[in-house]
Design a protein around this ligand. Structure first.
Ligand SMILES: [Zn+2]
Length: 278
């Protein structure tokens, strides 16, 4: 049966997978919620723009109606002008026509300005409506994916829990509890490798006597880092990646240095022999 350290390392590997799974799930739900809030905000600003567009187009219609009424009056007045014999009345009607024409000129300018603002607002509105529709489709897609993701998460979790349970049953409860206590206090990492006499959890060098102790086969005897209190192990068989390079660097100077020392010693001997011979 594998020793406690090997089992704890397996537990740590599974726990990291569970943590990553929980993180993925939380992030998905968070982004779903965020998108929902964003969509709500977008709906509010679309509604506000719609109200603005409606208000501007009402104003424009009112002014256009005013122009229409003025034109009607002008046409009637022009008919009346032909029938009037009295000079005073003629002047009065003429003035009415000219006032109506002035009013129309002013209204025409106002209508132009309103048209400009209206087309600008309508442009904004259609752009915002487009973004809203896009976001809404994205949110709908995320909601549709959710149930599939939920069953995937649940299935993966179930598998990991089962695997963890199968390993944990071979570890003494007080040891698993200890590992879990450390893990919860130390950012999800309860057991770490040591490389180059350094704890790879806190990156602080550990005392030589602890390192030497680790190098021995200690089976169920657990060693903690004196700094971060994580459980330490020394993996002679190294996993791929940076850890491997680190270990190779740490190990390689040992034989080459000793051979250098031998060479120096040989030279010294040779020199002394030469001296004695001479
Ligand atoms: Zn440490």
């Amino acid at each position: 049966m594998p020793n406690t350290i090997t089992l704890l390392r397996e537990i740590q590997r599974i726990d990291l997978q569970i943590d990553a799974l929980l993180k993925e799930e939380a992030q998905y739900r968070e982004s779903l919620e965020g998108s929902g809030e964003e969509l709500g905000g977008m709906a509010v600003s679309v509604e506000a723009l719609e109200a603005e567009v409606l208000e501007l187009s009402t104003q424009k219609k009112e002014k256009e109606e005013h122009v229409r009424q003025n034109n009607e009056r002008i046409a009637k007045d022009q008919v009346r002008l032909g029938e009037i014999k009295n000079d005073k009345q003629y002047k009065a009607v003429n003035k009415e026509i000219s006032n109506a024409e002035k009013s129309n000129k002013l209204l025409g300018m106002e209508i132009d300005a309103l048209s400009d603002r209206l087309s600008e607002k309508e442009g904004n509105l259609s752009e915002q409506q487009g973004r809203f529709t896009e976001k809404e489709a994205q949110l709908t897609g995320m909601k549709e994916d959710l149930s599939g993701k939920e069953s995937l998460w649940a299935g993966t979790r179930e598998g990991l829990d089962a695997e963890r349970g199968g390993i944990a049953k071979d570890i003494k409860p007080q040891i698993i509890n200890r590992y879990e206590r450390i893990k919860s206090r130390r950012g999800g990492i309860g057991i770490v490798n040591v490389a180059d006499e350094t704890c790879l959890g806190c990156y602080i060098q550990i005392p030589p006597q602890i390192y030497i102790h680790l190098l021995k086969d200690t089976s169920d005897d657990l060693t903690e880092c004196p700094h971060c209190h994580r459980i330490l192990y020394f993996a002679a068989e190294v996993e791929a990646g940076a850890a491997q390079e680190q270990d190779e660097v740490a190990m390689s100077p040992v034989p080459s240095e000793s051979s250098k020392e031998d060479a120096v010693a040989d030279d010294d001997e040779a020199t002394s022999e030469d001296v004695s011979k001479a």
